[in-house]
Design a protein around this ligand. Structure first.
Ligand code: HEM
Length: 318
């Protein structure tokens, strides 16, 4: 049986003119994750530890319809999401600050699919997927190689300073803000395109309410859902004329127009074994009508490596 998410992958590549990065070898890139983190058979090689969240996405500010005719903004969609620790370690501790991820497969009221995969950082350490794999290779090789890579890649210094300045207070998934990092375009009824980035901001119960231990995140989210609700608002940031659109290592700073376009409300959280998120390919190029990819070639690279990853881990389960 072809899974809907994999079918959507095929449609996505055909539907948009996607910009490719010529030198990106997704197979050796994938192996670099394995060399750096090891292999947990049947699991993702990055964002390895996580669990499933199910809920709905409902439209909020109708101002977004001037920019996009996406069905995400016209009715209630159903969501299968996955929250995760960044990195390929099998079991990072929940009770220590870490960078996190939130991915969503959204089924719109007219059965269109829209996929989102976000991280807790505003921007990426390097501008291309090739450079990212080189960075991981340098980490595999050790301290001197990483120093040499940093010396040759000034964006990494900016990222390290940013990372150093992040508030490292321990927060559960539901208390964390997640960023698109890569840019996309909104497309309206008239076919006009507007470059955007977006984030999901906590708007419900978001504190630590159970005793902390290395695996408390699932229990905490279940308690917060029971206590009144876990939700995030999808905030869309319209690009200013001087923003760099297609380089994810450059943060958009200063005043911007933001539209609180929709709310993701979690209705249940469960392990990967009990939920439906484990087999989903959270391919950032699966977009509903009303969205288009930007010309950032990292989107295509992510799409390729995630497809390879889902094939690999599902074959290990057979
Ligand atoms: C060239 C850049 C990138 C590479 C090479 C890369 C690589 C990967 C890989 C190998 C996986 C595991 C996929 C699997 O086995 O199913 C993964 C998952 C993930 N990545 Fe990336 N990634 C990149 C950029 C990004 C960016 C910019 C973001 C966020 C804005 C992001 C967010 C995620 C998330 C949230 C997941 C977990 C998805 C899930 O829950 O299944 N990645 N990434």
């Amino acid at each position: 049986m072809i899974r809907p998410s994999l079918m959507a992958l095929c449609f996505s590549v055909a539907a948009f003119p996607v910009v490719a990065e010529d030198d990106f070898d997704f197979e050796s890139g994938f192996e670099t994750f394995e060399k750096l983190f090891g292999v947990t058979e049947g699991k993702r090689r990055n964002h390895t530890k996580g669990f499933c969240v199910e809920g709905t996405l409902t439209p909020l500010d109708a101002a977004i319809k001037d920019y996009s005719n996406s069905p995400l903004f016209t009715g209630t969609s159903s969501v299968i999401a996955r929250v995760s620790h960044k990195g390929g370690k099998a079991n990072p501790a929940d009770d220590t600050y870490d960078l996190l991820g939130l991915s969503m497969q959204i089924t719109t009221p007219d059965d269109d699919l829209h996929v989102i995969a976000m991280n807790t950082e505003h921007f990426f350490p390097v501008s291309t997927s090739g450079a990212f794999i080189e960075l991981l290779q340098a980490k595999v090789a050790g301290g001197d190689a990483t120093k040499a890579f940093a010396a040759a890649n000034p964006s990494l210094k900016k990222y390290s300073e940013y990372h150093g300045s992040l508030d490292k207070t321990l927060r559960p998934y539901e208390g964390t803000k997640y960023f698109s990092v890569n840019s996309f375009h909104l497309v309206n009824e008239a076919g006009e395109e507007t470059p955007i980035r977006f984030d999901f901001r906590p708007s419900g119960e978001e504190g630590i309410v159970v005793e902390t231990h290395p695996d408390f995140f699932l229990e905490n989210m279940q308690a917060n859902i029971a206590n009144g609700g876990v939700s995030w608002d999808m905030v869309i940031t319209l690009a200013n004329p001087d923003d760099v659109i297609d380089d994810p290592s450059i943060q958009w700073t200063g005043e911007h127009t933001e539209i609180v376009a929709a709310r993701f409300t979690a209705e249940a959280a469960m392990t990967e074994a009990d939920g439906q998120c484990d087999e989903i390919n959270f391919d950032p190029l699966v977009l509903s009508e009303g969205f288009a990819p930007s010309n950032d070639p990292m989107l295509e690279a992510r799409s390729l490596i995630y497809a390879h990853g889902v094939g690999q881990r599902l074959s290990e389960k057979e």
